[in-house]
Ligand binder design. Structure first.
Ligand code: NAD
Length: 291
């Protein structure tokens, strides 16, 4: 049996974090401490875990983190006032508002209020626009991580057929733009796509971000294809539960390379957030990237 190559996200994330730590050290030598403000509204348990992890990894990489935990009753105006304050704060290079927000707050208004130069999540319309014209804004962390993982196994993207499953603003659409920028021929598919298996079978590169456990079966995948599985799904097992991706991993032996879940895209997302924060710190001060 041919075994697909495993794309090790945990190892690559470690390398990215080490590079960020080297950059923050070189910034500190010029008197600059990169800083990330993380805003969390309410008590969503998953959000609390993400925020804790982001803050811990910031510290380890030499980035100052400023946590703002506000009650679920916080009004939109109060949140907008905090964002204005963080936009104006010289010590803050990145502003991240943890999603989802409580239903009484309009997420679009909040994301639009973040200074695009500090928008380390890459969700501001200015950065979305920059991504679509390929002109160097801040790129959303998960798609950026997907591309870095692909770069470890793909030498030349030009002319490759890429299929993306999922059209969300945070993963599917931005990853499609990044693949297009590399001159892949990109097809974006979604819940209403007809003949999905047939389209997936054409893919040299497949990025799956559907949130549907085991959606992509072995016979959907062309031998040698490279697969990035973004999905994070908790499923019940006889012993409790476990996390699985959107790809039936055990059926992918004939693929060229595949990311595991967990240990693939997941670890890259926060590593890319750290990288974006350092990039924002340099760009805001017009400092060149460290050699
Ligand atoms: P979303 O719900 O916003 O979007 C899902 C997309 O998949 C939609 O466009 C929908 O049309 C499509 N889709 C759903 N079921 C489908 C099906 N059966 N066939 C074809 N298309 C289908 O989700 P999202 O925020 O983009 O996240 C997708 C998955 O990626 C989730 O499992 C999420 O947990 C995971 N995720 C992981 C990371 C990470 O750091 N690894 C980051 C973000 C999201």
């Amino acid at each position: 049996m041919i075994m697909a190559r495993l794309i090790d996200g945990a190892r690559l994330a470690e390398q990215v974090r080490a590079a960020v730590a080297a950059e923050t050290a070189s910034l500190r030598a010029t008197g600059v401490t990169a800083g990330l403000a993380v805003v969390l509204i309410g008590e969503n348990p998953a959000s609390q875990i993400y925020v804790r992890s982001k803050v811990r990894q910031c510290k380890a990489a030499g980035i100052a983190s400023y946590e703002h935990r506000l009650p679920a009753t916080t009004t939109e105006d109060e949140l907008l006032a905090l964002i204005a304050q963080l936009n104006a704060d010289e010590a803050v290079d990145g502003v991240l508002v943890q999603l989802p927000l409580p239903p009484h707050i309009d997420s679009d208004r909040v994301l639009d209020a973040i200074d695009p130069l500090k928008d380390v999540d890459g969700f501001h319309p200015v950065n979305v626009g920059r991504l679509s014209i390929g002109s160097g804004g801040l790129i959303p962390c998960t798609p950026l991580g997907c591309m870095m993982l692909l770069d470890t196994v793909v030498e030349n993207y030009r002319g490759m057929k890429a299929v993306v499953i999922g059209k969300s603003n945070i993963v599917g659409k931005p990853v499609a733009m990044l693949l297009l920028e590399r001159e892949c021929t990109v097809t974006v598919t979604h819940i209403a796509t007809r003949n999905l298996p047939e389209i997936v079978r054409t893919a040299d590169i497949l990025v799956v971000a559907a949130g549907s456990p085991g959606l992509v079966r072995g016979d959907w995948v062309k031998p040698g294809a490279v697969i990035i599985d973004v999905g994070i799904n908790r499923i019940s097992t006889p012993d409790g539960s476990r996390i699985v991706g959107d790809v039936a991993f055990e059926e992918m032996a004939h693929a060229g390379a595949v990311t595991p879940v967990p240990g693939g895209v997941g670890p890259m997302t926060i590593a890319c957030l750290l990288q974006n924060t350092v990039q924002a710190a340099r760009r805001r001060r017009s400092l060149p990237r460290a050699a």
